[in-house]
Write a protein that binds this ligand. Sequence first.
Ligand SMILES: O=P(O)(O)OC[C@@H](O)[C@@H](O)c1c[nH]c2ccccc12
Length: 260
Amino acid sequence: MNILDKITLDKRKEVELRKSLIPTSQLEQSVLFERPTVSLSDKLRNSKTGIIAEHKRRSPSKSVINHTLSVQDVAQGYEDAGVCGMSVLTDGKYFGGSLDDLLTARASCNLPLLRKEFIIDEYQLLEAKAYGADVILLIAAILTREEIKKYSEFAKSLNLDVLLEVHNEEELHKSIMPSLDMLGVNNRNLKTFDVSLNTSKSLSTLIPNDFVKVSESGISNTEAIKELQPYGYQGFLIGENFMKTDNPGASATAFIKSLL
Ligand SMILES: O=P(O)(O)OC[C@@H](O)[C@@H](O)c1c[nH]c2ccccc12
């Protein structure tokens, strides 16, 4: 079984447990349910840099990235740096994150927040909203076209932006639909962890221009961004490059400065 299958199997069990403890009616009572969301896709369209900076403690491909930072400092640092949005990993078992991290980020900054999660149930979209997210991620590799449609339309009804992630042509063709805002190309193969910016380059022409194009993973310098911009990318999701340092906010500041 590949790692992605393993993660989704665990996720299904986890979501069933969570559902049995916290009913959707309780999630809907969160004060954050009434909060007006901020559109990440609009911000990316109007940005020269398009950086989405991620909070990530560890990953299946890297057991330790950073375990000592506070989410609050990271969120405030990213906001001060002038990033367009922040991605917060909420998976616990494989990434060391939590919904509490999302809530802390929400309390710490006004950036649009992406709930970075393996979404396999509508319940997780209600959680995203209740814990302060503005954007949700849908991963084409683990969803059918029907599921992508159902979850993206439900997200839109909650005023959440939708980032759909693909890694190859087949996933892209399966996924194109009007209820998506952004199309993300993951440069990392989630089954093998191989990383190549060529994935973003080769898929770019197949993405219709009505979607904001986002290049995800393995971006470790500003040259990579300069290389990807001519392919139409307006968003760049960066995790490890910032998180591996003692001060991710300062790293993001320097990164953005050298881009402008
Ligand atoms: O740390 P990186 O290589 O800059 O990557 C960030 C982000 O793209 C990556 O964390 C990611 C992209 N898609 C995902 C899906 C699930 C978990 C994590 C991810």
